[in-house]
Design a protein around this ligand. Structure first.
Ligand code: AMP
Length: 527
């Protein structure tokens, strides 16, 4: 089900929440939000099929915060999430949503001192975001009371199921005694145990999933880059790629402004376009872009809707689109009127699944591309300098500098050396680049430069090394021969993969299948 909501203002939300959403830079509800928020506000139980990147956190966060009575300092909502990272991120997002309403959200997860959590709880919180294991701990100690919980959210339910939390979840659900409890469940997939959970514990749930429409994907080259430093990656691409007019899409107004500022600092001139600008400001930016005084336009989806320009050579998704429809709309701005177009999408490693889903639903292939290295950029700059130099030589406009050079040559320098030094001078300061930061998995017992993963399948499932190589190569889209040592035991296996693709292999393979067997994958412990 999908509702055609164009703005958050059309939803019955309090002013305080609308202001907070405005501050977060959201221009309009994402499809999963448009589907979920009104139903949840009406009090329905909702089962939402969505994953990271779709805006699902705010989809349950907004109605949950809206429902809280801030003057009543008791735990009124509980959100269960599979991992500590997600608990922290979710709590951060809810704290932003509840900023003006003064609704406090606390993350509760294993690994953090329980005493510290007890002290934080004692200060009074309205919403808890927790991992099941640690919550059970608190329940058993009597340090958390769920008697006032009126909203329960299960986030990434399939993930929690795979991590073996089902019994914990059922125990927690059993401990929520409020008769009017509202339950919201989010999951990327809907395996049988999740369906069972929802029919057992939820009250006539409404289902929301992102609609599948028949979309025509334009015939243009589509690539994606996976990186932990998008800004650096984007700059390298801008330096090396031959582009004409290009549009860069960001998810929020704030992100548009930040990127415009960051590009400006690095010497690229770009125009920003979003809903907070006046019509006059917009017209001014658009005129510059149309006239070619700026080549880069940074925009939100909403702001870009009105743009009607035919000669866009590149569309860059600096933030991954929230669904496949948005992907198709965005990239459809290039490759018009018979021209060639290129679409590039930047993703964080954990967004790989969302990218796969977009490819699947839009029936399109987005090819992986490696970012240009710092030396590629340098090479390109040399080529450009050569081109410009030849142009200057042809124009014969350099008389003023003759004396300078002949002075230097008189001092005993070879003219070749002088020319090379002049080039070095013109390149200086632009060739340096930071090494890309890699998240480390710590010591997983792999060879140098490799990360070793634990797979919970082995000989008992008749798994052979070739099966693992094939699965990883196709799912994570990496060459099979880069996969390192594979050790297969009866019930599990160890697989080494290069560090730079480790995050992606993890996100692509975890909860995926090999030869039809479901796998859980984790970084291995050191030997
Ligand atoms: P999620 O799918 O919840 O992990 O959200 C992905 C990202 O999208 C987060 O950075 C959110 O802050 C952002 N986001 C969520 N809803 C919207 C919206 N309506 N407009 C723009 N950005 C959003």
């Amino acid at each position: 089900m999908k509702q055609e909501l164009k703005s958050f203002g059309e939803i019955a939300l309090s002013r305080k929440l609308l202001q907070a959403i405005e501050d977060m830079g959201f221009e309009e509800p994402s499809p999963i939000q448009a589907g979920t928020i009104p139903l949840a506000l009406e009090g329905h139980d909702v089962v939402g099929q969505a994953q990271t990147g779709t805006g699902k956190t705010a989809a349950f966060g907004i109605p949950t915060v809206e429902k809280v009575r801030e003057s009543y300092r008791r735990i009124q909502a509980l959100i269960l999430t599979p991992t500590r990272e997600l608990a922290i991120q979710t709590a951060e997002e809810l704290n932003k949503i509840g900023k003006y309403k003064r609704v406090r959200t606390l993350p509760i997860y294993g690994g953090q001192s329980i005493e510290r959590q007890i002290r934080a709880l004692a200060r009074g919180v309205h919403i808890i975001v927790g991992t099941p294991g640690r919550l059970i701990d608190h329940l058993h100690r009597g340090t958390i009371s769920l008697e006032d919980v009126a909203t329960l959210v299960l986030d990434e339910a399939d993930e929690m199921l795979d991590m073996g939390f089902i019994a914990d979840i059922e125990e927690i659900m059993g401990a929520i005694t409020c008769e009017e409890r509202q339950t919201l469940l989010f999951s990327a997939t809907m395996p049988a145990p999740i369906e069972k959970l929802s029919s057992r514990y939820m009250h006539h749930p409404e289902r929301v999933s992102i609609t599948k429409e028949n979309l025509t994907v334009p015939l243009i080259d589509q690539f994606y880059y996976e990186t932990r430093d998008k800004l650096e990656g984007l700059c390298r691409v801008l330096d090396i790629e031959e582009t004409g007019k290009l549009i860069i899409f960001c998810r929020t107004k704030r992100a548009v402004d930040e990127l415009a500022g960051a590009l400006d600092t690095r010497g690229y001139s770009a125009g920003a376009l979003h809903g907070d600008l006046s019509q006059v400001q917009r017209d001014r930016v658009m005129k510059k872009f149309r006239d070619g005084r700026i080549d880069i336009l940074i925009a939100t989806d909403v702001a870009a809707r009105g743009i009607d320009i035919d000669d866009i050579s590149h569309v860059i998704n600096y933030d991954i689109p929230q669904d496949h429809e948005s992907y198709v709309h965005r990239i459809g701005r290039t490759g018009r009127a018979g021209r060639k177009g290129v679409a590039m999408t930047f993703i964080w490693p954990r967004e790989y699944r969302q990218l796969r889903l977009i490819m699947k639903l839009a029936h399109t292939k987005i090819q992986r591309r490696e970012l240009p290295t710092a030396s590629d950029v340098l090479e390109r700059q040399k080529e450009l300098i050569k081109e410009r130099l030849l142009k200057v030589l042809k124009q014969d406009r350099y008389d003023d500098y003759h004396t300078l050079i002949s002075d230097i040559v008189d001092e005993g320098y070879d003219p070749m050396e002088v020319a090379a030094a002049a080039l070095l001078l013109s390149l200086e300061g632009s060739g340096e680049s930071r090494e890309e930061e890699q998240e480390t998995f710590g010591n997983t017992g792999g060879a140098p430069g490799m990360v070793r993963f634990f797979f919970n399948i082995g000989r008992s499932q008749k798994i052979r090394p070739a099966d693992i190589v094939r699965a990883i190569a196709s799912e994570a889209d990496i060459p099979g021969d880069t996969i390192g040592v594979i050790n297969i035991y009866d019930k599990f296996s160890f697989v080494e993969v290069p560090e730079n693709v480790a995050e992606r292999v993890l996100s692509a393979m975890h909860r995926n299948t090999v030869n039809g067997f479901k796998v859980n994958v984790e970084p291995a412990r050191r030997k």
